[in-house]
Design a protein around this ligand. Structure first.
Ligand code: MN
Length: 477
């Protein structure tokens, strides 16, 4: 992915000034240290030039979005027709080539050249007037803090484009009677682009039967190199390898980057996929248990935004009111991408579902600041709920808990954090991310036009309820 730098100006300044604008713009584009490169494209001087470059940006699959900056004044009526057809994320970078005003060198030529203080206000007006979805970042272009904000937006832009093409495979339906994992798949596709469809568990079993022992041997070698095998029941581990190979084969055939399944629909399967699902998550696939395709999709999107990050499907499991922490885990499927130490492969009975004891990875999650994200269907719209949390080292070793787990404190404090989450309708399933920032969350929600509810150190229950009421007015249809 590349981001296109489009610099606003106009013809009346003359050749010499426009040449300087172009040279400065190239220096800015090349000087930005960002997750994805920025390429100078054009100094836009007319309606036709702007329409042309926006059309190209829309249809170039490698263009992640446009970054605009008005080095000089650039009259905004020239921009209306182009912006009206923009289909890529837009960041208005309100910067200036020079950091300071030079005492001796400043004259009227300098003033004509370095005009973003008013040129970018004209540009900002048309964005506001057209009610365009765009990020605005102000600051000197060499400032690392400023570049960090642009980087956050780039990640959100890449996530949004990934989202528009995301396919999610559901093996079986949702867990029976559960409400929060349901949702309007048509609305989701209109809003987020996700193509959510079902594949029969029987077809997965057929695919599993076709997996050869030699193929399983290869994957077993990979398990040995990534994990400590702490079981004698290698047959159970090999069965997970068989499941993983078959699931991935179907995902690749469909072109899907996320999947869901449910322990209630394993017809013909001997084990609930545990290790299989965990290793697939480590490879970058999104996952949601109990048929939770919304969390599967959201996990995949966050992984696409932070390919080298620490992201996992997660579930709020049980509380310690005395230590004021949430123990997060799942019956099996926690992503080894958040493991603090080398995961162990173990085999234990599941307790529900009536299947054979499945092999799974067991580990502790890493400590540090993180966020939990939940996407719910609020009726006619999707609501993204994001809460800041602090993951902690566990205060006890829990030797008889045979699943991967993480422990965290929710913000703004334990009890208010719990109350806010419940009031907002956040699910028990979440995406746990150690990487995603406030800016990236806001940028993603703005690009996708999602209702966003943030719960952080500044949140109060009164403020949150007001936000939810405003959301109801804004998004009700
Ligand atoms: Mn669950």
């Amino acid at each position: 992915m590349k981001f296109w730098f489009i610099v606003g100006s106009q013809a009346m300044y003359g050749e010499e000034t426009l040449r300087q604008v172009e040279a400065d713009a190239k220096e800015i584009a090349n000087g930005l240290q960002l997750p994805f490169p920025v390429e100078y494209k054009v100094t836009a001087k007319s309606n036709d030039e702007i329409v042309r470059i926006i059309k190209e940006a829309n249809y170039d699959d490698e263009c992640g979005g446009i970054i605009t900056f008005c080095h000089t004044f650039s009259p905004s009526k020239m921009w209306i027709n182009g912006l009206a057809m923009l289909q890529k994320p837009w960041l208005h970078f309100h910067t200036q080539f020079n950091e300071s005003i030079p005492n001796e060198a400043i004259d009227m030529d300098y003033m004509n050249l370095h005009q973003s203080a008013h040129g970018d206000r004209e540009h900002g007006f048309i964005g506001a007037r057209m009610r365009m979805s765009r990020a605005v970042v102000a600051g000197y272009w060499k400032d690392p803090q400023v570049q960090k904000k642009i980087g956050d937006w780039q990640r959100a832009a890449v996530g949004s484009l990934f989202s528009k093409e995301l396919k999610i495979v559901r093996f079986g339906d949702n867990m029976r009677e559960v409400a929060v994992t349901e949702g309007d798949k048509v609305e989701t596709q209109i809003k987020l682009g996700w193509q959510v469809n079902t594949w029969a568990v029987g077809d997965l079993v057929k695919e599993m039967d076709a997996v050869t022992e030699a193929e399983i041997d290869v994957l077993m070698k990979e398990y040995e190199s990534c994990y400590d095998i702490c079981t004698d029941d290698l047959d159970a581990v090999r069965y997970q390898a068989r499941e993983e190979i078959a699931i991935e084969r179907i995902l690749k055939r469909v072109g899907a980057k996320a999947f869901s399944n449910t322990f209630e629909d394993l017809h013909g399967m001997r084990q609930l996929p545990g290790l299989a699902t965990q290793h697939l998550m480590a490879k970058g696939y999104g996952f949601g248990a109990e048929g939770d395709w919304k969390t599967a999709g959201l996990t995949a999107v966050v992984k696409a935004m932070y390919p080298d990050g620490n992201t996992s499907f997660m579930e709020d499991y049980t509380y310690d009111y005395k230590h004021e922490v949430i123990l997060g885990s799942h019956m099996l499927e926690v992503d080894p991408g958040i493991a603090a130490d080398k995961p162990r492969i173990e085999v234990h009975p599941l307790g529900i579902g009536g299947k054979e004891p499945p092999a799974r990875l067991v580990f502790e999650g890493i400590a540090g600041k993180a966020k939990v994200l939940s996407l719910i269907d609020a009726g006619g719209r999707m609501r993204l709920i994001v809460q800041d949390v602090v993951c902690e080292k566990p205060f006890q070793d829990m030797p008889n808990l045979p699943v991967a787990r993480a422990t965290w404190k929710p913000m703004p404090n334990f009890l208010t954090g719990l109350e806010c989450w419940i009031v907002a309708g956040g699910a028990h399933h979440t995406v746990l991310s150690y990487d995603i920032t406030d800016e990236a969350v806001q940028d993603f929600a703005r690009i996708m036009n999602l209702e966003l509810v943030c719960i952080n150190e500044n949140t109060t229950t009164v403020g949150l309820e007001r936000d939810l009421m405003l959301g109801d007015i804004l998004y009700r249809r």
